[in-house]
Design a protein around this ligand. Sequence first.
Ligand code: G6P
Length: 611
Amino acid sequence: MCGIVGYLGKKQAVPVLLDGLTKLEYRGYDSAGLAVVNAIGKIEIIKAHGKLTELKKKVKSCGKTIKGLCGIGHTRWATHGVPNENNAHPHANDDGSVVAVHNGIIENYSELKEKLIKRGYTFYSETDTEVATKLVDYYYRKYGEPLRAISEFAFRVRGSYALAVLFGDYPNEIYAIRKDCPMVVGLAGGECFLASDVPALLKYTRDVYYVDNLQITRLKQGKAEFFNLDREMLSLPLTHIDWDLKAAEKDGFEHYMLKEIHEQPAAVKNTLNCYLKNGKIDFSEVKLSDETVKSTGSVIICGCGSAYHAGVVMQYVMEDLCRIPVRVELASEFRYRNPVVAGNELFVAISQSGETADTIAALREAKRLGIKTLAVVNVYGSTIARESDFVFYTKAGPEISVATTKAYSAQLIAGYLLALKYGVVRGTLTDENYRALLNELCALPDKISEILKEQSAVQQFASETVNRENVFFIGRGIDYAAGIEGSLKLKEISYIHSEAYAAGELKHGTISLIESETLVIGVLTQDKLAEKTAGNLEEVKSRDASIAVIAAEGVKIPESCGKAVVIPCTDGHFTASLSVIPLQLYAYYLSVLRGNDVDKPRNLAKSVTVE
Ligand code: G6P
């Protein structure tokens, strides 16, 4: 949600800023803007409602019209105030000498606004960012020093922010601060870069600083300096990013989503390789010790969207293999329902971005309750990773498409490895079972590739069903867990109404929605349960719904079940890794056929940094 970029160097800033904003488009936005210190030392602002193309049209000829080597840019996903040009960032003080862009939400902005009004400030927009900018301006005027102004801002403000500020009096410097919103800084050959996420910097550098909460950044003369709120200088470690620009580009695919679907064999393999050493699971990087595994009383998993769905799979797998109670909860609910804990739980926060506000809040609640916390995250150095006791990094690489695919697949692997680790350490798995299951896991990447080779069958099915307005997914156990993910994918990018139901539950009310135009897709990968789900498919068929099936090789399905996509067989605990692939492809092709913006679906953001 919202993207920030900053540039200070030898090039014209506008093209660099526009390029960076393009790389952050995936985060979701509805307006954009930039500010550059021009050739005569004044800060010029250009903003536009809508996509970046609108902003590009305004700056004309790729930005060469505003000359200046220092600037900040922003893509805005509206929270306070409708998406229009007036509310778009950057925002400025009255004489345009203090200009800022901001991600996140200033919670006490109305209180601060009132105070500023009493001191003579007026406001032109509905945004909390204008308040933030004028608060910085107020303290700058009072203390005459940018670092002091920014630290005073941080002392007064409640909420989350990544804030980048230009001061007209310091035309060759950029100041920034963050709290609970991401910010990375990169340096390359005397140039300084600032961004909300690494893809915006990759073209220029792969060595970055991850700025921590409440650290102030000053970019100046090719250097990055960091300070705490007492304005004492800090030394931050430099982190080398091990993926290159190609990883964050489309690489010949029509959409990022299709590319990322095809990257799943690699995402799964890389995640496995990272945590398997000499044929055994090695969690030394995760820092989760055998003692902690042994002393865990139960497991609580939290996440949002697809991450929550990965948690649902994990619950089935862990309970079955480890005989330990596991509960999975929506992060947005966990925080507010005053959960009861014994103190010996392991809390698992799953998140691709590591920045989802609801998941962060749930994690903090778990920490407040005194339980140990494990992060399963894809983005290095993200808030959830930094605040958890243990971190399992999924190795999916950068995921750009809003609808997650490869990160979800890598999260499943995290869940399986955790289950196997708990099983073997706690003695619910024999060595033989453990080895057999590890072998099955290692075979998953090839099986996913096999399914991907058959993508044209799914494409064909999508074209036959493109006009359906209601699609149900049913299944039992892990098949139900895969169905809820398939249904979310469909909703997110095709905008088709869809529900996923535990197959046995459908008849308890919801079956009344089934009519002749309804499509019901059954997921049948579990031998023991397939017959039952097939029975439920018969029930909807006799109420005129069309039915289709995703079935694992070897699972018996009645002929009357209609069109079947057959996926390779694997151990029953891991089938979601395979059944989800045709479901992702189905959502993808329907989205393409319906002419939607596949990678940037309406109303959605990749990383939801507000509650
Ligand atoms: C957003 C996205 C979902 C995603 C969820 C959790 O709502 O639209 O696709 O699953 O956030 O994101 P996270 O980064 O925490 O995995």
